[in-house]
Design a protein around this ligand. Structure first.
Ligand SMILES: [Zn+2]
Length: 218
């Protein structure tokens, strides 16, 4: 019995239904109107609702290993969700949220052998190659690959008809982010410098205890 989840739900109910600032009754009555569509990894440590302290109704979310967006194919869960968010809910920002210490990406660059997983990950080989072109340092390869996969996901998103329409009509932007779990910051891709730059600059936590490099994810 997952008592810890139910205890968490009781706190959520108190804050979101019963407090003075409770938002759920209004959202249930009037419906949702989120501005964002977040695509994140399935990793339990980079859950967007947790790391952004999100209030109910803040964003749509879609999760996939490594935050990987595969090339468009009609009728997939992602293509339907994007169409629903963009065409019927006026979402104006799509955020691809990768994260450091990603076990899925570690598996990818270490030739992890599992046909079910590798058949999903194989679309990212171009991103691995791009990362290898940008660094010869094996220690940096993992981070570079995480960044390149976020960028490849952005490119693949443009092939989804609902996204292409929204981009052509200038009613959506796609934002590539990387959550640095060790440091505790959000990095955003900057086209001019062709690098990910720190958007939060809260301070370096790298020396504090963190086992994320050991434990991986997913
Ligand atoms: Zn991950």
């Amino acid at each position: 019995m997952p008592h810890d989840l139910l205890e968490g739900f009781k706190r959520f109910r108190k804050e979101s239904y019963e407090s003075k600032e409770a938002m759920m009754p209004g959202l249930v009555e009037k419906g949702q109107d989120p501005d964002y569509f977040l695509i994140s990894c399935i990793d339990s440590r980079s859950n967007p609702a947790t790391i952004f302290h999100a209030r109910p109704g803040s964003f749509f979310t879609f999760k996939a290993m490594g935050a990987i967006v595969r090339p468009y194919k009609k009728g997939t869960a992602l293509s339907a969700a994007l169409q629903f968010a963009l065409d019927y809910n006026n979402v104006s920002k799509i955020i691809v949220l990768g994260h450091t210490g990603c076990g899925a990406i570690k598996a990818l660059i270490s030739d992890f052998e599992d046909p079910e997983i590798s058949s999903f990950m194989d679309v990212t080989q171009a991103a691995v190659k791009a990362a290898q072109d940008k660094t010869t340092n094996p220690e940096n390869l993992h981070r570079r690959t995480e960044e390149e996969i976020v960028l490849q996901s952005k490119t693949n998103l443009k092939g989804y008809p609902s996204v292409a329409r929204a981009l052509a009509e200038k009613r959506v932007q796609i934002i590539p982010w990387l959550f640095d779990m060790e440091q505790g910051d959000i990095f955003e891709y900057d086209k001019v410098s062709d690098t990910f730059i720190n958007k939060t600059n809260i301070g370096n936590l790298a020396n504090k205890s963190c086992d994320s490099k050991k434990s991986g994810c997913c």
